[in-house]
Design a protein around this ligand. Structure first.
Ligand code: ADP
Ligand code: MG
Length: 666
């Protein structure tokens, strides 16, 4: 085994080691797998006469003179075909670097200056020599590190590093992969385009292969249905205590879930349903069924506000059945927590609602049979697993209102069965969405006033808490101050407030004592106040599409007509498209697909937020086809060797990618 440390790299002192560490580079392998983010093509210089405005170009010129005006240095240069100005800001020292009559190379975007001269602003530069740098890698940097440093380190590392082929001959030949050491060399310092292409393919293939292998293992472990808590009994007593009937969508979803619950094996199911489709009641039905079967349930939420709201709903709805509901949140006093934890262990609590506090050490259930996680997109695969460990064989229900494009859903939730609520409760009117420029704020708030006069309530969401000098954005505090003059009962809610204050404000809003609630995105998920009929989103251009849809979902939860007003200040192309999509559609699935189109394939759209490892080189959208091609190859290996004990090389790589967060244990 080769030494993987960085100790043989010259020029790498403790300072630079720290810089590399900030880029997550701790050893030789990390270094050679730290790939360029782009390349400068410095193979052949162009003549000035052939330069095109807007293009990035490489030139070799003689400097004729340097002019210093204010803070700007202009280097005048020419070749035999023309003249060009090289413009540098705040670089006084450069004035003495460039010598008239000497030759230099420059690399940068060609533009035209006010004086109509061709120019490059802040180009890369070097003294000219007979040979040119060729294709030059450009890396992501951290403070204290230059491109030259990192190129030097990479060159040395590639000399020392060598990796034995870790993929089987079959895989290599089937996928026409080039040698890995060749690939790494040519990705950093490509000799030509073909070499670069096959090298890049090899590296992307590797990453997707390991990714798919890890997912395969997670899936297998998830689908290996362990013996599980078996529920029985009729939920109709609880159903008939409700003030409404289930929608057909809810009925269908619950039937699928109930079937699972009555099996001997543990359930592992995802419930998708758009905002407002009524997922909470499904969770309650499951908890009820757990209770009558003699099991405890855990309900986990991403925010404390949502946990408390569920706690109240559950307590109210279940009190007549003698079902005890408990609450556990990080902000509770130690003593209160202890009481809950003790009661839980003794089996005196039937349903525990809480934030991630309920998966922490020291929280033990007497007889856990069901785990529900609400608004799952905030929980990773890892947390999902750790909760199921608390109750081996517990039935798992994951609920999400953030529809994710199908491609990603298959990847993230591939280990689960899935149900979808497709219908909304009857009598819901589609939310009317309109966008306004900030000049029309007056109109917006007069519309808010109309609704408040009718006895309804409104949310006003702002991106920032406090006023910021750097950004021209209205903060929640400023809006709050402003609206206090316009409305009688205004509340303010944001993440930096003390938990008690937040609870107080939220409670007042729920009870109707606050008409207009100004808040940050703390109300984003789950919050349910059906009397609220207006959602104003200030500086909506600062929010993503999925987030805007979630925010809008706070209204339209009752039978009255609801409104969403998007207020914008500086719309660019993308934020304009977002507004248009929201104004036209209220369908979360449609919006998710549009969102993906807008973000484009370059965006790795948050695999991390779903608890999966981040891909460094591959891209799930662009390389989806390749991922599909890899899948059967991976499955084949896992079928014969489920824990990869016969594939040491692959196993090591999989653990590197997935092992850190305990997503996989092999
Ligand atoms: P979400 O799916 O966004 O979590 P909730 O479970 O919070 O939605 O439900 C939204 C609102 O719809 C709640 O006020 C709930 O009481 C109500 N609701 C749920 N199901 C029905 C139904 N079948 N008929 C009428 N109202 C319902
Ligand atoms: Mg909900």
């Amino acid at each position: 085994m080769q030494d993987n440390s960085l100790k043989d790299i010259k020029g790498l002192g403790p300072k630079k080691i720290q810089c590399l560490d900030r880029l997550n580079i701790q050893n030789l392998e990390d270094l050679v797998y730290f790939l360029p983010k782009k390349y400068n093509d410095k193979r052949f210089p162009q003549y000035i006469s052939s330069l095109k405005e807007g293009e990035i170009s490489f030139i070799k010129t003689i400097v004729t003179r340097t002019v210093y005006t204010g803070k700007i240095l202009i280097v005048k240069a020419e070749d035999k075909t023309g003249k060009i100005d090289l413009v540098f800001f705040n670089s006084k020292y450069l004035a003495s670097y460039f010598k008239s009559g000497e030759e230099y190379t420059f690399y940068g975007r060609v533009t035209r200056g006010k004086n109509k001269n061709l120019q490059m602003v802040q180009p890369d530069f070097d003294e000219a020599s007979d040979s040119f740098p060729g294709i030059e890698p450009v890396y992501r940097l951290s403070r204290g590190l230059t491109q030259k440093d990192i190129r030097k380190f990479e060159r040395q590392a590639l000399e020392i590093y060598s990796k034995d082929e870790w993929l089987s001959e079959d895989i290599v030949s089937l996928n026409k992969l080039c040698d890995i050491n060749y690939a790494l060399k040519n990705i950093h310092f490509p000799t030509d385009e073909h070499a670069f292409k096959i090298s890049r393919f090899r590296v992307i293939f590797e990453e997707l292969f390991i990714f798919q292998m890890g997912l395969g293992i997670i899936k297998k472990q998830g689908l290996e249905r362990t013996a599980g808590a078996k529920f029985k009994g009729d939920v109709s007593p609880f159903l008939s205590s409700l003030s409404f009937k289930l929608t057909p969508g809810q009925e269908k979803a619950f039937k699928e879930i109930e079937n699972d619950l009555e099996e001997d094996t543990a359930m592992n199911r995802l419930l998708q349903g758009d905002v407002g489709s009524g997922k909470t009641i499904i969770a309650q039905l499951c908890c009820y069924k757990a209770y009558i079967s003699g099991f405890q349930s855990a309900v986990m939420t991403p925010t404390e506000i949502l946990a408390k709201q569920h706690y109240e709903t559950f307590t109210k709805d279940f009190s007549s059945f003698g079902i005890k509901v408990g609450l556990l949140c990080s902000s509770m006093k130690q003593k209160e927590k202890k009481e809950v934890i003790d009661a839980l262990e003794k089996g005196e609590i039937d349903i525990l609602v809480g934030t991630h506090a309920i998966i922490q050490e020291g929280v033990n259930f007497k007889n856990l049979g069901l785990v529900v996680t609400d608004e799952q997109h905030r929980f990773g695969v890892k947390q999902r697993n750790s909760l199921s460990v608390k109750g081996k064989g517990a039935n798992i229900l994951v609920m999400t209102a953030t529809p994710i494009p199908r491609t990603l859903a298959v990847i993230v939730y591939g280990d689960m069965d899935s149900s979808v609520i497709k219908t909304m409760p009857v009598g819901r009117l589609p939310i009317i969405t309109q966008d306004f420029s900030s000049n029309s704020r007056r109109t917006v708030y007069s519309k808010v006033k109309e609704e408040v006069m009718k006895g309804h309530q409104a949310y006003v969401v702002a991106p920032l808490i406090e006023e910021s000098e750097a950004l021209d954005i209205l903060s929640a505090e400023e809006i709050y101050e402003d609206l206090k003059g316009k409305f009688a009962r205004v509340g303010l809610l944001h993440g930096a407030m003390k938990q008690e204050e937040k609870d107080q404000v939220m409670a007042e809003f729920v009870s109707g004592n606050i008409d207009v609630l100004v808040s940050t995105v703390v109300v984003e998920v789950g919050v349910n106040v059906p009397n609220a009929t207006v959602m104003v989103i200030e500086n909506c251009e600062r929010f993503g599409l999925a987030q805007l849809h979630q925010l809008r979902g706070r209204v339209g939860r009752g039978k009255d007509q609801s409104y969403c007003y998007l207020v914008h200040k500086n719309l660019n192309e993308i934020s304009k498209s977002r507004c248009d999509i929201l104004c036209q559609s209220t369908d979360g699935f449609e919006i998710a697909e549009e969102d993906l189109k807008l973000r484009g394939p370059g965006d790795f759209f948050g695999t991390k937020q779903h608890g999966l490892p981040e891909l460094k080189n591959a891209d799930l959208i662009n390389h989806y086809g390749l991922l599909q091609k890899i899948k059967p190859q991976v499955d084949e290996i896992l079928k014969k060797d489920p824990d990869l004990s016969m594939h040491e090389g692959i196993r090591g790589k999989v653990m590197d990618m997935f092992g850190k967060d305990g997503q996989i244990t092999l």
